[in-house]
Design a protein around this ligand. Structure first.
Ligand code: FUB
Length: 425
């Protein structure tokens, strides 16, 4: 049976930052799509990290109320990209656009081993916002040295524009109807001050805003400029996000149910600039359209009121083998959940209840013997307080023989149960 929703004891009445804790995800590009939900297209900091070169396996997150975020699962990895660099990795900050029933996922990826000279902008498409993406190749004529971080803006008149850049250079141009070609070429975005990377465009009251990361050493801030035309020239306005504590900064702006939000990342969970976590805080405008400095909070934002429905047909499993009772502190100790029903097979959200008194415990997740990821289990209230909550979405095989294993050795984490929600494909 297919179902949806979140287990009742995972539903939060208020948000908190970072908004996703189980995986390290960065570079959030947020969009509100026609189903009324807000979606974040994020890059993924693989753990353990090595610079930003191992980044891979894009995940999408969705929310109905800004307080509860559902991991929609992985949509693309470097192995899926036929034209990409042979060593993989380097799946950096992406974006997504919607036009005429198709979702276009844009991502920067090098095409050669000399990674910073060979960037291209890849495109994958789907009829769904968070699953079913198929790689369509790259945009001809775009890319090269440091040219990363695509952002696509579809205007009210249906015309679409692409922006990208890095290393101090920002370019923009109009996309063709196929959303994969550039009409009339790209041109430099004029008027920006101290541009580094992470271009993002949005429109409010007829005014276009271009936000970006600046070059402050090891502590990038976010700046912005405005224009009456989507391709500028731009009128520089100032800094609106001070350093987050992370060496990179990257953000997006979206309006949801009448409020404006800034999505960005920091390194609060890991303390490492290459293991980042996404945050959201409110964005406020002055009467003249200028942006107030965003207040970075731990509390995050208020729920917009429409909390998700509790999952009705979710199935809960207890660990049936391994060493869950004694915790998973020892290297090689594991807890295993067996005979998990994957229904017809496909995406399944795993909701894990745990206890730990570690600041940050970690367990390695394997599904049917395949290594999925190292998962985070941040402090849950104490060694025997099973109020800790972690969730991640994976793919299960059809039928009831799925096996989920969590292996320890990185902090004392105890597992109570696993609830599985099968997601519509
Ligand atoms: O996440 C990898 C790179 O770091 C992004 O592409 C940049 O914007 C910066 O966040």
């Amino acid at each position: 049976m297919r179902n949806s929703g979140i287990p009742a004891d995972f539903i939060k009445s208020a948000s908190s930052n970072p908004i996703v804790t189980t995986l390290f995800a960065a570079d959030p590009s947020a969009h509100v799509w026609e189903d009324g939900k807000v979606y974040i297209y994020a890059s993924r900091d693989m753990d353990p990290a090595r610079g930003c070169d191992l980044m891979d396996r894009y995940h999408v997150y969705s929310s109905e109320d800004m307080a509860n975020w559902v991991d929609e699962g992985e949509i693309l990895r470097s192995d899926d990209v036929s034209w990409g660099r042979p060593e993989g990795g380097f799946m950096w900050a992406p974006d997504c656009a919607y036009k005429n029933g198709t979702y276009y996922f844009y991502y920067p990826h090098p095409s050669g081993s000399n990674w910073n000279d060979s960037w291209k902008i890849g495109v994958a498409t789907s009829r769904h916002p968070a699953t079913g993406f198929v790689d369509k190749g790259f945009i001809e004529g775009l890319g090269g040295f440091a040219m990363i971080d695509p952002c696509v803006f579809v205007d009210e008149d249906g015309r679409a524009y692409m922006y990208y850049g890095g290393g101090g250079k920002c370019e923009g141009g109009e996309l063709g109807d196929d959303m994969m070609s550039i009409r009339g070429g790209m041109r430099p975005m004029e008027g920006l001050e101290d541009f580094h990377e992470a271009a993002w465009i949005f429109k409010r009251n007829g005014l276009y805003y271009l936000t970006y990361a600046d070059n402050l050493d090891n502590n990038n801030r976010m700046r912005y400029a405005v224009s009456r035309h989507p391709l500028g020239p731009w009128d520089y306005k100032g800094i609106f996000l001070e350093p987050t504590g992370c060496s990179t900064t990257h953000g997006s702006v979206a309006e949801f149910k009448g409020r404006w939000y800034l999505f960005y990342h920091n390194q609060d969970i890991s303390g490492q600039g290459n293991l980042r976590s996404m945050c959201v805080d409110e964005l406020h405008f002055e009467d003249d359209g200028s942006i107030r400095t965003v207040v970075q909070t731990k509390e995050g934002v208020r729920s917009t009121g429409s909390a998700p429905v509790p999952a009705a047909d979710a199935v809960t499993y207890a660990p049936v083998s391994g060493s869950s009772a004694g915790g998973l502190a020892e290297a090689g100790a594991y807890a295993q959940f067996e005979r998990i029903d994957g229904g017809r097979g496909g995406r399944a959200a795993l909701y894990i209840r745990y206890a730990t008194d570690e600041r940050l415990g970690k367990l390695r997740l394997t599904v049917n013997g395949a290594d999925e990821s190292l998962l985070n289990f941040p402090s849950g209230g104490g060694a025997s307080d099973f109020s800790g909550r972690a969730s991640v979405t994976v793919r299960l095989q059809p039928g009831t023989d799925n096996v989920v294993r969590l292996t320890g050795g990185q902090g004392d984490v105890r597992l109570e149960s696993l609830t599985v929600v099968l997601l519509d494909d």
